[in-house]
Design a protein around this ligand. Structure first.
Ligand code: NAD
Length: 498
């Protein structure tokens, strides 16, 4: 980390007592209390202490937000604004998010337990970058002309859906919001978005910055509250035209039911994963492989839909790779998320920590060996900390290899030959992400093509904010980011002119 970055983070920490947290829904351009006035406590996962009381919305609050979004969609205050003006507002919003990176990063860290070096240096800048990329797309979306008989013209345009509902998870609260808001707003829609109830604070501030940037009232509405009331009300609302959901496969499935039982709104799903990382016997630099394997599974406490949780390694290299991974662990200090040196902060909640530890026990009972980690640490802080955990001796039919754990838990599965590796990797209900490590370029590409996943990294390719992201199989469908990410928010219209 650069000296400037460390100074930024130190300054952010000093500002903690001055934070003014927004805790009410943001509807029709203003914060307002929920109907009924209920509130719930949101806590800091690194201390177990309350941070704030957040307004607990319900279906009636969703109705209000949808009414505001519908009015804004119908009168065209956003969709009929010139693309250049829309772009300027979105760009100003991205700049404001960047300018408030310290404040937003701090909010994200205390609300979600994420290391401050990540939130200030990556999460918030990437949130701004995502809004900015879509802002730039606003005035670059052209239509088409279909082959037309002499004397006629058939144009093909893509129009906003209207009112978009968005429901997002707690693992990247600001970024997941931007992945939805960027494309939905750039394409002229209005939005009602629900953050995860444990992590609502950064989005509320981001919405306020949107208004400051010039987003007209009603274009962006945020309703806070639980999934089974606010989330379901969004999923079933008759006046919402499309829903973009990121979260678990189980809840994603419900959104299809909500749609089927309401107005057949379009549904886009970004769901869970159980991503394989295949390491061939010829992967020559095991330190490089181990560093990438560790990033893939330990980043963000493993609370990552794309976490590379199944390490499928050629049996001849398993022991050497295990050693290389153990040598990598000192680079992943666990602790206070407000310490700039921390790379693994707290898991999101006590319940989630218990769930992850439950999987470690299931693994033990199924015959896996816990090589390292597997026990709660730093309990005296009140926080929910789990160190990097590695399970050896895992078979692909065990629950720890089949179900999403969503924590820093790596399962190691040996393979015999290339077909075996591909078979194990593809033997999953998920298909979000995969990695291949091999010094043989031809083999790496051949295997990458055979893997059933929306994104494949070869020899540690890394994440690219400009490439489409999304899953095969039960990891969902539709893509976010890049040009493909716009499609979900647009209807195609053809127009015949004499
Ligand atoms: P979750 O499915 O429990 O919750 C996601 C959102 O849905 C939250 O806002 C929640 O309040 C809401 N919700 C919960 N129950 C609901 C219901 N009955 N009806 C409507 N809405 C409801 O997921 P989570 O625990 O917040 O996040 C973890 C999951 O998200 C993991 O499975 C992870 O893989 C997935 N995820 C996927 C991606 C991706 O891009 N594919 C990205 C991040 C997270």
């Amino acid at each position: 980390m650069t000296d400037t970055a460390v100074r930024e983070i130190e300054q952010a920490r000093n500002e903690i007592t001055r934070l003014r947290l927004r805790t009410q829904p943001f509807i029709a351009g203003e914060f307002r209390d929920v109907i009924g006035g209920a509130r719930y406590v949101t806590e800091n996962p690194a201390t177990g202490q309350p941070i704030a009381e957040v307004a607990q919305g319900g279906p009636a609050d969703v109705d209000l937000a949808v009414a505001a979004a519908r009015e804004a969609a119908d009168d065209g205050r956003w969709s009929r604004m010139s693309p250049g003006d829309r772009k300027r507002i979105l760009l100003r919003w991205a700049d404001l998010i960047d300018a408030h990176a310290r404040e937003l990063g701090l909010i994200e860290t205390i609300d979600a337990g994420k290391p401050i070096s990540d939130t200030v240096e990556l999460d918030i800048p990437e949130t701004a970058a995502c809004i900015r990329w879509h802002a730039e797309a606003t005035d670059k979306l052209y239509g088409e002309v279909a082959p037309s008989p002499e004397g006629t013209v058939a144009t093909i345009t893509r129009e906003p859906m209207g009112v978009v509902g968005a429901v997002i998870p707690w693992n990247y609260p600001a970024q997941m919001a931007a992945w939805k808001l960027g494309p939905a707003l750039a394409t002229g829609n209005t939005v009602v978005i629900k953050p995860a109830s444990m992590t609502s604070l950064s989005l509320l501030r981001i919405a306020e910055l949107g208004a400051e940037a010039g987003l007209p009232a009603g274009v962006l509405n945020v309703v806070t509250g639980p999934g089974d009331t606010v989330g379901e009300a969004i999923g079933r609302h008759l006046d919402i035209d499309c829903v973009a959901f990121t979260g678990s496969t189980e809840v994603g499935r419900r959104f299809l039911t909500y749609s089927a039982e309401s107005n057949l709104k379009r549904v886009k799903l970004e769901l869970g994963g159980k991503s394989p990382q295949i390491v061939f016997g010829d992967a020559d630099d095991l330190a490089h492989v181990a560093a990438n394997v560790a990033i893939a599974i330990f980043w963000n406490m493993g609370e990552n839909c794309s976490a590379g949780s199944r390490l499928i390694v050629h049996r001849s290299r398993k022991e050497a790779l295990l050693e290389a991974i153990e040598a990598e662990l000192p680079r992943w200090p666990v602790g206070d998320p407000l310490d700039p040196a921390t790379r693994i902060g707290a898991l999101i909640s006590r319940g989630h920590l218990e769930r992850v530890l439950g999987y470690v026990d299931v693994g033990r009972r199924e015959g896996a060996r816990v090589v390292t980690g597997g026990r709660r640490i730093l309990e005296e802080t009140g926080g929910y900390f789990l160190p990097p955990t590695v399970l050896d001796g895992v078979r692909n039919d065990m629950r720890v290899a089949r179900e999403e754990i969503f924590g820093p838990v790596l399962s190691i599965l040996p393979f015999a030959d290339e077909d075996d590796a591909v078979r194990i990797a593809n033997d999953s209900i998920f298909g979000l992400h995969a990695g291949v490590f091999s010094a043989d370029r031809e083999r790496a590409l051949r295997v990458a093509r055979r893997l059933r996943a929306g994104q494949v990294d070869v020899n540690g390719g890394g994440f690219n904010l400009l490439a489409p992201f999304g899953g095969f199989k039960q990891s969902g469908y539709g893509r976010e980011l890049g040009r493909h990410g716009l499609d979900a928010y647009l209807e195609v219209k053809s127009l015949q002119l004499p």
